[in-house]
Design a protein around this ligand. Structure first.
Ligand code: S3P
Length: 452
């Protein structure tokens, strides 16, 4: 069933209650497919995110010659089976590769394509075609690949890859796991050591999964927090089983709903809590949230736990800017939460948000202001004045979400606890990362409805 484009979130009187599982981690899902496609033999992936972004990556990998099948074991327990082509084995794709809305898919696959002697043309939807790609073109060009990009280093992009790239040592100019991963993926088919230096560590799923598939990856931390990651090229990746944990960035939405709707008590099972992803929980706890972790375990290098979230009062804080990389996708929902807290919440050091699926600073400021919240826009962040209770929802406002799934979900959650219903446009984009979002929230007692 297609997701209705216009949705209305109604304030709910009774608390949200229940136990849920959120969809598989988007970052890990892309990587699990890519590394499986680089093995000769069959890998199996459990819990893969069935969202549009990941399906676009699967389609591109099929075009490169991988055999990717979804075994539908009656719906929720689908297993994906991937028979790959081996490192260095990509076939010419034969058609343009459309990565839809997915920056991760586009940037990681540009890295992969750069290290193979094939020519590929990448494009995406109107949002993705606006996003900066020069950040991966620069290091991949240094390694020896050639690119033709639309003005501003944007998609559509033609990449002429090479079977033998030159390994480089690359210092990330912005904290970005996508750039790191693009360089490492190119380095897979380069002889010798490809290194990435991160002044501020970013999510390390690529490193964990590369090791899981048998590559040699060395990681060293300097005393000042700088991280050096080094990959030995031309490994023989071996087929594996991958279990994808629940996506902490998706869990952020039911967590927020449970905190904001009075009387709520919600358990979310099996959430990935990689420390380079999970800083929203630290921030919410600093704001006074009660979130209990249980059943903590580590699976394939990724920490996982069940979360129990209870509604309660929150206070505004200054979010430490150094936390940004570890909660970069959670600022939209945090800005929505902040409107319900007591006092100001200051979010700085997040200029990267301007080049996500939308300008997330602009989109949150515009939406919150339209609803009646006092918000200040900064070049690199925003300051939200909280209402210390149900936040305003001016009548007749239709929130524009600019092709951004996380903006859409943030305002729908806001509406569940606001003074009046909130109407959100462009909700079809939620399918990129969280198919079943409205049903899952409604099963807890929420009220998100499609509108004509
Ligand atoms: C991602 C990295 C982050 C994040 C994106 C997923 C990844 O982007 O915002 O949603 O899977 O590597 P950047 O690396 O550009 O910060």
């Amino acid at each position: 069933m297609p997701i209705p484009s216009v949705q209305i979130a109604h304030p709910v009187a009774a608390g949200l209650r229940g136990t849920i599982v959120v969809p598989g981690d988007k970052s890990i899902s892309h990587r699990a497919l890519i590394f499986s496609a680089l093995c000769v033999g069959e890998s199996t992936i459990h819990g893969l995110l069935d969202g549009e972004d990941v399906l676009a990556t699967a389609r591109a990998l099929r075009a490169y010659g991988a055999d990717i099948r979804r075994d539908d074991n009656g719906g929720d327990n689908a297993v994906w089976r991937v028979n790959g082509v081996g490192v260095g084995g990509l076939m010419p794709p034969g058609d343009i590769l459309d990565l839809g809305n997915s920056g991760t898919g586009a940037r990681l696959l540009l890295g992969l394509a750069a290290g193979h002697g094939v020519t590929s043309v990448f494009t995406g939807d109107a949002s993705l075609r606006q996003r900066p790609m020069q950040r991966v073109i620069t290091p991949l060009t240094d390694m020896g690949a050639r690119f033709e990009a639309a003005p501003g280093g944007r998609l559509p992009i033609t990449v002429i890859g090479r079977n033998t790239l030159t390994p480089i040592e690359y210092r990330l100019p912005v904290a970005s796991a996508q750039i790191k991963s693009a360089v490492l993926l190119a380095g897979l088919n380069a002889p010798g050591q490809t290194s990435v230096i991160e002044p501020r560590p970013t999510r390390d799923h690529t490193e964990h999964l590369l090791r899981h598939f048998g590559a040699e990856v060395m990681v060293d931390d300097d005393a000042d927090g700088t991280r050096h990651i080094s990959l030995t090229g031309r490994p023989e990746l071996r087929p594996q089983t991958v279990r994808v944990p629940g996506d902490p960035s998706s869990a952020a939405f039911p967590i927020a709903a449970a905190l904001l709707v009075p009387g709520s008590e919600v358990t979310i099972r099996g959430v990935g809590l990689n420390p380079l992803r999970a800083a929203l929980l630290d921030t919410l706890r600093d704001m006074g949230a009660v979130i209990e972790e249980s059943n903590a375990r580590t699976d394939q290098g990724e920490p996982i736990a069940d979360l129990l979230v209870r509604a309660g009062p929150l206070r505004g804080i200054e979010v430490p800017p150094e936390r940004a990389p570890a909660m970069i996708d959670e600022y939209p929902i945090l800005a929505a939460i902040a409107a319900f807290a007591t006092g100001r919440t200051v979010m700085r050091g997040i200029a990267e948000l301007r080049v996500k699926e939308s300008d997330r600073i602009g989109a949150m400021v515009n939406g919150l202001q339209a609803l009646g919240v006092d918000v200040e826009e900064l070049d690199d962040g925003l300051i939200v004045q909280g209402h210390g209770g149900p936040a305003p929802a001016r009548q007749g406002v239709r929130i524009e979400t600019e092709m951004d799934h996380r903006i859409a979900m943030s305002f729908l959650i806001y509406g569940l606890a606001a003074q009046a219903p909130v109407t959100v446009m462009g909700c079809e984009m939620i399918a990129t990362s969280f198919p079943g979002f409205a049903d899952l929230i409604n099963n807890l007692g929420g009220r998100i409805e499609g509108s004509e």
